[in-house]
Ligand binder design. Structure first.
Ligand SMILES: NC(=O)c1ccc[n+]([C@@H]2O[C@H](COP(=O)([O-])OP(=O)(O)OC[C@H]3O[C@@H](n4cnc5c(N)ncnc54)[C@H](O)[C@@H]3O)[C@@H](O)[C@H]2O)c1
Length: 259
């Protein structure tokens, strides 16, 4: 018997990176998975990985900015699988800007995916979870939801919002059987750090390569000296999903970054 046998989990932003790692960890513990992302094609790789674990898996196209689509998609997931037990609101974007150069549109884009998107998904999840009086909501925030980081004012604001929202919502539903927690990654080598427009490049010194910058960031920002992995995030998601009396927490998996 696995820890999450027969449970139904939804993960947004499940195509790659942290979302893929969390989906895989939940599947390894026996959960059936509804994978959601901005396009269906990008979910194929994660779908294959999950299928190999022998659990049920379906894919759904959602833009976490689209209020109507979110509501109908979560209803469809609940109808396809019978319910939703675990919901991981992971979809997010980064935006790297000096504040003096940032436009209102830059700011709005980051808030709308990272903060408004988490709110809209949680609302749709509650519509399923409140009547059944059970469920686990996991909002993926960041260490940037607890401390400032250079060139990330809008991103930090969005992730502080996720932590505050998580705390308030956990209180609001504390007596309903639903838990709400935030998972705060530190540094993971996904597109957000290693992509063409990623942080390793943005934080590079003059003449420093992206690879060298990435190595340096890990050594200088992290007391443990090494980046975390999507699997690390999956482990915490499994912990939240199996801990009915842990709620309203924002737990970091950050190699000591926040100390
Ligand atoms: N990588 C890190 O070091 C790090 C650190 C702290 C927090 N995080 C957070 O972890 C989460 C996952 O990030 P990641 O590093 O895996 O990044 P990533 O860019 O590899 O993955 C993000 C996923 O979200 C999806 N997505 C983006 N906008 C969407 C939208 N509007 N609707 C639906 N899906 C959308 C993308 O298609 C992608 O699959 C994000 O919330 C991010 O802010 C990442």
């Amino acid at each position: 018997m696995k820890k999450l046998d027969q449970k139904i989990a939804v993960v947004t932003g499940a195509s790659r990176g942290i979302g893929q790692g969390i989906a895989l960890s939940l599947a390894k513990e026996g959960a059936n998975l509804a994978l959601a992302d901005i396009s269906l094609e990008t979910l194929e790789e994660t779908k294959k990985l999950i299928e190999a674990e022998g659990v049920k898996v379906s894919t759904y196209e959602i833009d976490v900015n689209d209020e109507n689509k979110i509501s109908t998609t979560f209803k469809k997931i609940a109808s396809d699988f019978g319910t939703i037990d675990i919901a991981v609101n992971n979809a997010g974007v980064i935006g790297i800007h000096k504040t003096v150069e940032m436009t209102a549109a830059d700011w709005d884009k980051i808030q709308s995916v990272n903060a408004r998107g988490v709110f809209l998904c949680a609302k749709a999840e509650l519509e399923v979870m409140l009547p059944q009086k059970s469920g686990t909501i996991i909002n993926v925030a960041s260490i940037a939801g607890k401390k400032g980081m250079k060139l990330l004012a809008a991103y930090c604001a969005s992730k502080f919002a996720v932590v505050g929202f998580t705390n308030a919502l956990a209180l609001e539903v504390a007596d309903t059987g639903i838990t709400v927690n935030a998972l705060c990654p530190g540094i993971v080598g996904t597109g957000m750090w290693r992509g063409d427009d990623g942080l390793a490049k943005a934080y590079a010194n003059d003449g420093e390569s992206e690879d060298a910058s990435w190595e340096r960031q890990q050594k200088t920002l992290l007391p443990q000296g090494v980046a975390q992995t999507p699997e690390d995030m999956g482990n915490l998601a499994v912990f939240f999903a199996t801990s009915p009396h842990v709620t309203g927490q924002a737990i970091s998996v950050d190699g000591g970054f926040g100390m």
